[in-house]
Each structure stands twice: as structure tokens, then as C-alpha cells.
Write a protein that binds this ligand. Structure first.
Ligand SMILES: Cc1cc2nc3c(=O)[nH]c(=O)nc-3n(C[C@H](O)[C@H](O)[C@H](O)COP(=O)(O)O)c2cc1C
Length: 326
């Protein structure tokens, strides 16, 4: 009798989360070099009552100049945030014209300024409007451009969770990412991965699980509890850029600091070319602050530069004067 080959668990699809102010095109470029990411989503672009000029889209998503892909060739989907279906549709058309891989719609942002203007997670109180927005964008962009959405479990509670998911599904979205917390939960652990199983049962489109995955074990538990076969990773990937690969290939060695350090140095050097000197050290420290959760060497580096703002001093302290005096 033939023994069937032992099958490991199927590797999930992995998306890199949109993270305004943290995961910009520079860090997307660096992190996708490590591997394991199937697609990125840009930070949100807020749409109010105007058609944004192309330079706004290109500044936020310079990958549009390169086939909507990072340097490593990973597709980047553009994310829009707003509440006006017609304006969102018009801006989505502009993004499609610029070659965006797809358009994602944000129904999860908890920021008070955004919510006050009826954007982000507050829209989860209005599933009818959520439906109208997704349908308007879907109708407006060419059929080959996927339209997806990202939501939380709800605004104050989960009472309209399934209504919102169904609204997005029936409006023609190709995929739904769910950050498994309400707006009121903010970013406080835990994430309620089991709720995603309820959403999956209620809709026909693919559901991607998101929230609070920092380790391979977290990802396994999330896959088991949600029944999803795709994950979106945010802070966990910034803290450990090797996480996506580790999830996909559990037997591979974890990403070592020696392999990561050249990428940190490249990030530092490229920051020097693109942002104001006074903001440069802050951006590096922001990344080190997450990296130190996983790498003791990042903790040591963070302690060294915590109080330092002068870029030349950071270069001397961390990169031996060899990087970034550009
Ligand atoms: C600093 C920061 C910025 C974020 N910006 C966005 C955004 O622009 N669009 C969006 O849909 N979600 C945004 N999020 C939410 C993340 O995409 C993700 O849903 C959340 O961080 C949970 O995933 P994680 O636990 O893997 O980080 C942001 C989160 C953080 C912490």
C-alpha cells in the first residue's frame, strides 16, 4: 500500500499592512526585499470633495512609477479613505489610470480627526453607505483592477459586523481584510480572530485575517481560529521583517540581525536622500523601537541613539561613519 506524502499546512498568502506614518514606500521597499510578502497596501490617501492631483498619488505611492511594484517586485495596492462614493470613485479612476495594482477602501481607521469627518471606522455604523462606496468604486474602475476593502469588527461593538461584511461582498469587492478588533478596542490585545470565522461564513469573497500577529505561533493560532488562508501583517512585520518567510517556511532559519543590519543601513541612507534632516533620526528610531521587540541588537542600537537627533552622530554611532554622510 502506498503511503500518501505527508502534507504540511498550506502556506498562507501574506499581505503587508498599510501603516500611515510608519510603512511608507521606503520601508515597504526594504521589508519586501526580505521576502514572503505577496502584496502591500499603501497608507491611506484621504479623499474629501476633490479629485486629487496626480502628484499627491505619486508622492504617497512612488511605486506607481514602477508598475505599482516595490523594488523587489511586490505589487502595491492603493488605499483610499473617505465617505463620498462619487469622489472616491473619481479618485479611484485616477489611480487606475496611473497603473495602480488595485484600489483598497479603508473602513477601519480609528483616528478622531478622520472619524469626525465621517471617514474610517465610523462608517461601520452605516453598512448602506459602505455598500454604496464599494459599489461606486467597483463600477467606476476597469474590471481588471481589483477593488478590496479593509474593516474592523465594528465601531463601538460588533452588532453590524456581518451587515458590513455582506455590504462589501455584495457590492462586488474582490477581497476583505478584517482587523479583528472594533474601533473602541483600538490596538489593545487581544485580537478576536474567532470572529473572522463568522464573517467568512457570511460572505463569499476571500477574507484576510489581520491583527496582533507577532510570531509564527500567533499566525498559526490565527489561521486555526479564523479558518482564513490569507493573513495581513502590520507591526509584526516591522518588528521582524523575517516573519512572513518564517510563517511560510517553518523549517527555515529565522532572519538574523547580521542579515537585517545592511537593510537598516540602507533605510538610513535612503532617508538621508528623501526627508528633512531633522526628521531623519526619528524615522530610524521609530523602526528600531519595533525591531527591539525581536532583536537584542536593535535594543542596544535604540539605547545608543534614543536621545540623538543629529544625523551625522547617528551615522557615527550605528554605522561606523560609513553610511549616510551623504
Ligand atoms: C501606525 C499605524 C498606522 C496605520 N495606518 C493604517 C492605514 O493607513 N490604513 C489602514 O487600513 N490601516 C492602518 N493601520 C492599521 C494596520 O493596517 C493594522 O490593521 C493594525 O496595525 C493591526 O495589525 P497588526 O497587529 O499586524 O499591526 C495602521 C496601524 C498603525 C499602528
Amino acid at each position: 500500500m502506498q503511503t500518501p506524502p505527508r502534507e504540511g499546512p498550506a502556506a498562507p498568502r501574506i499581505l503587508l499592512a498599510p501603516m500611515e506614518g510608519l510603512l511608507d514606500h521606503l520601508l515597504r521597499d526594504i521589508i519586501t526585499q526580505v521576502g514572503g510578502v505577496d502584496r502591500c497596501v499603501s497608507e491611506f490617501i484621504r479623499v474629501t470633495d476633490t479629485l486629487l492631483p496626480d502628484h499627491v498619488f505619486l508622492r504617497r505611492i512612488p511605486e506607481l512609477n514602477h508598475g505599482s511594484r516595490t523594488g523587489a517586485g511586490v505589487p502595491v495596492r492603493a488605499q483610499l479613505l473617505g465617505s463620498d462614493p462619487a469622489m472616491l470613485a473619481a479618485n479611484a479612476v485616477a489611480l487606475a489610470r496611473l497603473g495602480a495594482e488595485g484600489v483598497d477602501l479603508n473602513f477601519g481607521c480609528p483616528a478622531p480627526t478622520v472619524n469626525r469627518h465621517r471617514g474610517g471606522a465610523v462608517l461601520l455604523d452605516e453598512p448602506e453607505l459602505v455598500h454604496e462606496i464599494v459599489a461606486a468604486v467597483r463600477r467606476a474602475v476597469p474590471a481588471e483592477v481589483p477593488v478590496s476593502a479593509k474593516m474592523r469588527l465594528g465601531h463601538r461593538d460588533e452588532s453590524r459586523m456581518l451587515d458590513c461584511a455582506r455590504a462589501i461582498d455584495t457590492a462586488g469587492a474582490a477581497e476583505l481584510v478584517v482587523h479583528a478588533r472594533t474601533k473602541v478596542h483600538g490596538y489593545r490585545p487581544p485580537a478576536y480572530w474567532d470572529r473572522l470565522a463568522l464573517i467568512r461564513e457570511a460572505v463569499s469573497l476571500p477574507v484576510v485575517a489581520n491583527g496582533e500577529m507577532w510570531t509564527v505561533d500567533d499566525a498559526r493560532r490565527c489561521l486555526a481560529q479564523s479558518g482564513c488562508d490569507a493573513l495581513m501583517l502590520g507591526r509584526g512585520m516591522v518588528a521582524d521583517p523575517g516573519l512572513a518567510l518564517a510563517i511560510r517556511r517553518p523549517d527555515a532559519p529565522p532572519l538574523a540581525w547580521d542579515d537585517l543590519l545592511p537593510l537598516v543601513a540602507t533605510f538610513w541612507s535612503r532617508l538621508g536622500e528623501t526627508i528633512a534632516p531633522r526628521a531623519r533620526a526619528g524615522r530610524l528610531k521609530q523602526w528600531l523601537n519595533l525591531l527591539r521587540r525581536r532583536f537584542p541588537e536593535a535594543e542596544a542600537a535604540w539605547v545608543l541613539v534614543r536621545e540623538v537627533e543629529d544625523p551625522d552622530r547617528v551615522t557615527a554611532l550605528l554605522f561606523g561613519g560609513g553610511t549616510g554622510s551623504d
